[in-house]
Design a protein around this ligand. Structure first.
Ligand code: B12
Length: 144
């Protein structure tokens, strides 16, 4: 089935992983993505890896955007890419952002941790919605 013009912009599944209740950044990003014309499924807070993957399959998503603020991102995201592969969506674009560091870790170290877990891009705190949108536009274009 051919995609509509709106669908061509990209379909996103987003949410906040684990037992994390920080929702403000998630809501701001959702607003910005929708305004730019992306199709968005927002799982909100308390989303599990399985929730993200099931929603991505259902929506035929281009990208999964994982948020984490409370300091448990590494633990919550272990095996995420492997589970995508098992579910048949191994090549999906995976982003993570929020407050991913615990303690005094340097950003380069934090970024490497999540790249090694299979995320395509890792965003630091204070990331602006437009920075994420630019990356999505590039990465979704490359994938098509
Ligand atoms: C408000 C707040 C709370 C509120 C949350 C209210 C709510 N319902 O959202 C309450 C009081 C509930 C709370 C609780 C806790 N909090 Co709190 N909280 C904050 C605070 C002050 C602001 C967060 C916020 O909303 N910022 C505004 C939004 C717009 O910014 P943002 O979330 O960072 O999002 C932006 C970017 O990060 C990025 N982004 C965010 N998500 C994503 C996702 C993707 C995919 C991408 C690409 C980008 C991206 O884009 C957004 C827009 O610019 C921060 C400190 C801070 N200044 O950041 C601490 C902070 C996040 N909290 C922290 C902690 C520790 C907790 C608690 C564990 C405290 C406790 N001991 O109980 C609990 C967590 C409980 C739980 N289960 O989640 C720590 C986390 C430390 C860490 N990561 O190592 C912080 C950093 C405070 C600190 N300096 O210690 N918190």
């Amino acid at each position: 089935m051919s995609k509509t013009v709106k669908e061509k912009k990209g379909t996103l599944v987003m949410g906040v992983i684990g037992y994390d209740s920080h929702v403000i950044g998630n809501r701001i990003l959702e607003y910005a993505f929708r305004k730019k014309g992306f199709n968005v499924t927002n799982l909100g807070i308390f989303a599990s890896q399985k929730d993200f993957i099931n929603a991505a399959i259902e929506a035929d998503a281009d990208a999964i955007l994982v948020g984490s603020l409370y300091g448990h991102a590494e633990l919550d995201c272990k095996g995420f890419r492997e589970k995508c592969i098992e579910a048949g969506i191994g090549d999906i674009i995976l982003y993570i952002g929020g407050n991913l560091a615990v303690g005094e870790k340097k950003w380069e170290e934090v970024e490497k941790t999540f790249l090694d877990l299979g995320f395509n891009r890792v965003f630091p705190p204070q990331t602006l919605p437009n920075d994420v949108i630019e990356c999505l536009e590039q990465d979704i274009k490359i994938k098509e």
